[in-house]
Design a protein around this ligand. Structure first.
Ligand SMILES: [Zn+2]
Length: 419
């Protein structure tokens, strides 16, 4: 049986190699293979840096310490590819040139067991191999009755030298159109959805709109080459999917969603004492409090006539695996906003966090969701409801966007001049 299966597989591979059309020659370049530890700590993501998407791919685990992949592409160029360095997890990564693509053997260090999934990156041409840590007995993808495929048998040599890194330096500097020229300012809630109601009847929707308009005004006055798009400019209701659609249709490069927090607790003292700003970017929530904020913000869906398709845990996992570039930019911006709040606006900061905000998911670009403070806290409600408080918060957000754009433009210039 074992022999039969491996014979069949080899036969299948040969068939494939012979049958794939070689006619339209579109060069696919494999530049690099990198691996990062997953943000949930449950494994790794191996990225194949490609200049154009491959036609198809397959993955096999013929042994517990070996993952074999075939990437089919009509014309493959590996001129600039260099072989990765070994690490304790990945004891070797070898690439073999085949007539119709290439094969990759990933040998794993002792004691590292993974289940595998392959996803095409949604923003880029790359292919991602997601490795989820499991115990030896938890491996579900193991093809034990299959012999490892000897690629050398089919074609070319393996590639020499090393270019394997655990950090992607090039991921920070990518936007849709490669430059940052459109920022989408999203005032949370509105219309029949007032958002949280704070001390003295302060409405989250109203504060969010006032701050959003101020941020936009500052940008328009000071950064003329950055276009501002609003998801709403008055007290009207806009669904979560529609907000994303507005952002996407306007080719937004950054999405900034503005909200105010609220804490409800049976103990009135505790309810009124919660305070501070939080900045979120999209990802799996790592704490109960982040989950609570996420649930409250996503609950907007109940006001919608045509309800937005709800984000599942699996959607989020796939998002995390396939949007590393967006996540990095989002985190970068979130950190800058948080710093501005803490250092310049002298607000108490509750830090940068991740959660599965539907609105950030709908806008397919890097983005952050800002909880400016707690309107369930009398002091913060007063501050955020004052023209002065709104100006301080808005200018902190504005400065973060400005500094971010400056840094980004600089890094682009560096790249252009070094090319
Ligand atoms: Zn909100």
């Amino acid at each position: 049986m074992r022999v039969l299966k491996s014979t069949l597989l080899v036969f299948f591979c040969i068939q494939f190699l012979l049958q794939l059309p070689q006619a339209q020659a579109q060069n696919t370049e494999l530049n690099r293979i990198s691996a990062v530890e997953r943000s949930d700590g449950q494994g790794y993501v191996v990225r194949y840096h490609l200049s154009s998407p491959v036609d198809s791919f397959e993955v096999y685990q013929p042994a517990e310490n070996l993952i074999q992949m075939i990437l089919y592409s009509s014309d493959l160029d590996t001129v600039n590819f260099r072989k990765p360095d070994p690490t304790s997890v990945f004891s070797s990564i070898d690439v073999y040139s085949l007539p119709t693509g290439f094969a990759v053997d990933i040998s794993l260090g002792e004691g590292h067991y993974f289940n595998t999934n392959v996803y095409p990156d949604q923003n880029r041409k790359d292919l991602l191999l997601a490795l989820t840590s499991v115990s030896r007995s938890g491996m579900t993808g193991l093809n034990e009755d299959m012999q490892p495929i000897d690629w050398g048998h089919y074609a070319g040599d393996t590639f020499a030298d090393s270019d394997f890194s655990f950090f992607d330096d090039d991921e920070f500097s990518r936007f849709n159109g490669s430059s940052l020229d459109v920022v989408v300012i999203d005032a949370g809630h509105g219309g029949r959805d007032p958002g949280s109601i704070g001390v003295g009847g302060v409405r989250e929707a109203d504060i969010a709109l006032k701050v959003a308009l101020k941020v936009g005004e500052y940008i328009e006055q000071n950064i003329p080459d950055l276009k501002v798009v609003y998801t709403r400019t008055d007290d009207s209701f806009v669904g979560l999917a529609e907000r994303g659609q507005i952002a996407n249709e306007n080719d937004g490069d950054l999405f900034v969603s503005i909200h105010a927090n609220s804490f409800s607790h049976s103990n009135v003292h505790r309810q009124r004492s919660a305070n501070g700003a939080e900045v979120y970017f999209l990802g799996m929530a790592r704490s109960q409090s982040a989950l609570d904020v996420m649930k409250r913000e996503n609950a907007v869906i109940r006001f919608e006539e045509e309800q937005t398709q709800q984000l599942t845990e699996e959607d989020l996992l796939i998002y995390e695996l396939t949007n590393a570039g967006n996540m990095r930019i989002s985190e970068e911006l979130a950190v800058q906003i948080e710093q501005q709040f803490r250092e310049r606006a002298q607000r108490r900061s509750r830090g940068v966090k991740q959660a599965g905000f539907q609105v950030l998911y709908e806008a397919s670009m890097p983005g952050v969701l800002i909880e400016m403070g707690f309107i369930s806290n009398p002091d913060e409600a007063r501050f955020l409801n004052s023209e002065y408080g709104q100006a301080i918060v808005a200018s902190a957000i504005f400065r973060s966007i400005r500094d971010f754009k400056l840094r980004y433009d600089k890094s682009q210039n560096r790249q252009t001049s070094s090319n």
